[in-house]
Design a protein around this ligand. Structure first.
Ligand SMILES: Nc1nc2c(ncn2[C@@H]2O[C@H](COP(=O)(O)OP(=O)(O)OP(=O)(O)O)[C@@H](O)[C@H]2O)c(=O)[nH]1
Ligand SMILES: [Mg+2]
Length: 459
């Protein structure tokens, strides 16, 4: 079912409640309510100086929460937000209580005796979207902001929440709406032979939008790195120093290092942030032919790690010959440009004749800065990114942009082949709708459920 959400406030929804802070012990816990009855219901269990129903919006009230036996559960602060100036756009309440899980639970149970229900995951944010407080791309950014683990991912999510991507998408949509209206006007006056827009102009406009879409699509690999981090597999023959490199980067003795080849068996996964980017490092079993059942299983996992990796650090050392077959195999499992060739143990012997992308010693740390630069380059590509550019970091957005692009290609084909303007107009409208899906102008219940069920309850 496709439905278009128009700017109407839907204050007829159920009133909902949830714990907005993490469950557990803290200084305070916050219980959040939203919906037309939230103020009235809170009044039924709250005893303060006056009634909350008389309180203006954005005010805070001290008082007690009292249960049905007139017993005091906690003294609390209640914040009142009136529609439309709240997060959800509805009347909302936030109750700050002492941070004991029992208190929060008791108060929520007390509230549930009234005409109110527990919120579903992301339901507060979903209402913010349905009530036009934010668009869909911004709603998705709320989850990204909460989940961001590095400074750079927070910045990216923040930009999206501030509407940087939405703005760009809106610009492109208006440009297409303009173009398709001219085409449609032309259709209306087809009899009179008036041309409202020349084919050349139309093509030019479509090309412009397509270029902009391509630019956005081009930011995706960067955006994904920013949002999700990068998987880096450390692979190579046994004993070249993969585990030593992992330990060096982590600054701890995480993996067992020994001079016996075949030390690492399981894949060891650890995370590290380098210059704001999250790298997930996978130390793997050295790859060689092995009769040992356990080692062979480890080696098969190494190959899987290569397949799953965004970047592969292929390590070899000054003591052993590079296993050309192995390097070849790895470059065939994954894209060649993803592989960084690293020569290790340069403290023993610095052989300039061997070519590599980085020369290091996992023992002394020599050359690490250069390796990190290589890693960052491989992760970010040569994307020209600034704080002010819209970046695509979400697969759904990426796919919508691709769809829009496909429709534009179709429209161009139709123009070039001098086919009826009706086809052009349909393709342009479809392209415009695909862009609209990003910000939720056009959306389906499935899309919405899919997005919001990934949120936590209370957000
Ligand atoms: N001199 C020197 N020795 C190193 C360096 N890096 C690792 N080693 C030594 O090389 C041996 C093997 O190191 P590991 O880190 O266990 O090698 P690995 O690649 O993880 O080996 P497997 O797990 O068996 O595949 C150990 O004795 C390390 O101390 C280095 O940069 N310089
Ligand atoms: Mg190892």
């Amino acid at each position: 079912m496709t439905s278009s959400y128009q700017p109407v406030n839907k204050f007829t929804e159920d009133t909902i409640v949830a714990l907005a802070t993490p469950p557990g012990i803290g200084a305070i816990s916050v219980i959040r309510l939203s919906g037309s009855k939230s103020i009235e219901i809170t009044d039924s269990i709250f005893s303060g100086k006056g009634k909350l129903s008389d309180a203006p919006t954005h005010t805070i009230h001290y008082g007690n929460i009292i249960d049905s036996d007139s017993e005091k559960i906690d003294d609390v602060l209640v914040s009142v937000f009136r529609n439309p100036n709240s997060y959800t756009g509805e009347d909302s309440i936030e109750i700050s209580v002492h941070g004991s899980p029992i208190i929060a639970q008791k108060i929520i149970e007390l509230l549930l005796q009234y005409d109110i229900r527990l919120a579903e995951p992301g339901e507060f944010t979903k209402r913010a979207f349905l009530n036009n407080r934010i668009d869909l791309a911004q709603a998705e950014a709320v989850a990204d902001v909460i989940n961001s683990r590095t400074e750079i991912s927070l910045k990216g999510a923040r930009n999206q929440l501030d509407g940087l991507l939405s703005q760009k998408v809106n610009e492109l949509r208006s440009s297409l709406i303009n173009a398709s209206s001219f085409v449609e006007l032309g259709l209306d006056f087809a009899e009179e032979d008036i041309e409202f827009v020349k084919n050349d102009e139309l093509l030019e406009r479509i090309n412009f939008v397509q270029d902009e879409i391509d630019k956005l699509l081009g930011t995706y690999s960067f955006g994904r790195v920013v949002r999700d981090g990068v998987n880096v597999a450390l692979v190579g023959q046994p004993n070249v120093g993969k585990s030593s490199l992992l330990n060096y980067i982590l600054k701890e003795s995480r993996a067992i290092v020994s001079r016996i080849p075949g030390t690492t068996r399981d894949v060891i996964r650890e995370e590290v942030t380098i210059d704001g980017i999250l790298f997930r490092l996978f130390d793997t079993a050295g790859i060689r032919y092995s009769n040992d059942e356990i080692e062979a299983e480890g080696i098969s996992r190494s190959r899987q790690a290569v397949r799953d990796a965004d970047i592969v650090i292929f390590i070899f050392d000054v003591e052993q010959q590079v296993d050309a077959n192995l390097l070849h195999e790895i470059q065939s499992i994954t894209a060649k440009e993803k592989v960084i060739k690293v020569l290790n143990k340069i403290d023993i012997l610095h052989n300039n004749k061997i070519t590599a992308d980085a020369y290091i010693s996992a023992l002394t740390g020599e050359g690490m800065e250069n390796l990190f630069i290589r890693l960052k380059e491989a992760a970010l590509g040569n994307s020209a990114y600034s704080e002010k550019t819209a970046v695509v970091s979400n697969l759904r957005h990426y796919q919508c942009l691709q769809k829009a692009r496909d429709y534009l290609m179709k429209a161009k084909n139709t123009i070039v082949n001098n086919l009826s303007g009706e086809f052009i107009s349909v393709d342009l409208r479809n392209a415009e709708n695909s862009l609209g899906e990003i910000i939720g102008v056009v959306t389906t219940d499935d899309i919405l459920n899919n997005i919001f069920q990934k949120f936590c309850i209370g957000k």
